[in-house]
Write a protein that binds this ligand. Structure first.
Ligand code: FAD
Length: 279
């Protein structure tokens, strides 16, 4: 029997400049839309700091007739403000969301109480019924603030039970961690799809720094290889493509339900990896 093809999605962040927004909307989105993804998504700055720019980019993508999911968190907002944003998304024909607790904007300390993602999912369902398809975040290598492996799986189940349709993982390079996580989630009674989040490697130094804080590990053999290349960007690029293509191929072969690319607003290397997979 033919294996199911994974649902493909591409994530962007809202650019800070008018030039960045023009490039995203006029070059990156059309180039990646040609690959016929299931949907695009657009991130939401910690604490709602990109409320207007996320709304702006999402609206422009939707106006081009493309399915797009804004990421959303309460941040420092109250129910009225989040409800008003949901109403605006509905009016603009948005039918997908990625619901998150999010993090504190740096420098804000513990000034605001963060609202857990399960509570946001409950709020969205209460207010808008089944209008939105909702995704939530999952962590095969476990969220850095979790008390334990099992508690993190428990809270993933809680947010899916609150009405989310599927989960998207934090990026990972240890494919065994993802497979083990799927088994643990299934054993805990989770029967909704868990899409694999994939971070193509563009800038290794930035990726290594970012990974330390977000609950994703870069295996030692990849670090060793990358560090050995030093400033040889062509070798970094080639090795990054090889590693991530292989990772995705394993996921496709195993019947992963979805692959979500963190594109960093770049067409490459996401397009080449997608093409290598022959999807
Ligand atoms: P939660 O699911 O609420 O979990 C947060 C922590 O609390 C976990 O340790 C969990 O085990 C624990 N927990 C969960 N529920 C409860 C509960 N009810 N009681 C006690 N403990 C609980 N960040 C952004 O700022 N903007 C984005 O656009 C963004 N997009 C992302 C997209 C994806 C696919 C992923 C994987 C992450 C994204 N993030 C984004 C990062 C995310 O916001 C952070 O990882 C954040 O720290 C946790 O958000 P969450 O929704 O996973 O939180």
């Amino acid at each position: 029997m033919a294996k199911q093809q994974p649902r493909i999605s591409f994530e962007f962040f809202p650019p800070k400049t008018a030039e960045g927004k023009k490039k995203l909307l006029e070059e990156t989105v059309p180039a990646l839309n040609a690959l016929d993804p299931g949907f695009f998504s657009v991130t939401y700055g910690a604490g709602g700091t990109t409320r207007d720019s996320t709304l702006g980019v999402v609206s422009s993508i939707r106006e081009a007739g493309i399915d797009v999911a804004p990421h959303l968190s309460f941040g420092g907002d109250d129910e009225e403000a989040v409800g008003a944003l949901l109403d605006t998304y509905r009016e603009r024909g948005i039918r997908h969301l990625v619901a998150l607790r999010g993090d504190m904007p740096s420098g804000m300390g513990a000034a605001t109480q963060l609202v857990y993602a399960n509570q946001l999912v409950e709020f969205v369902r209460e207010r808008t019924g089944d209008h939105f398809e909702i995704a939530v975040a999952a962590y095969p290598e476990i969220h850095p603030e979790s008390r334990s492996y099992d508690s993190d799986v428990h809270y993933l189940k809680q947010k899916l039970d609150a009405g989310a349709n599927f989960a998207i993982t934090q990026y990972f390079y240890n494919v065994e961690a993802y497979f083990y996580y799927l088994d643990q989630c299934a054993a805990a009674g989770i029967d909704k799809p868990i899409y694999a989040g994939i971070m193509p490697i563009t800038n290794f130094t930035n990726l290594a720094r970012f990974s330390r804080n977000c609950g994703a590990e870069i295996p030692r053999w990849i670090c060793q290889r990358m560090e050995g290349y030093g400033d040889d960007q062509e070798s970094v690029r080639k090795f990054g493509l090889e590693v991530v293509t292989q990772l995705c191929q394993t996921l496709v072969d195993s019947g992963a339900p979805g692959i979500h690319f963190y594109t960093m607003n770049q067409v490459e290397p996401t397009r080449t990896i997608h093409s290598n997979l022959g999807l």
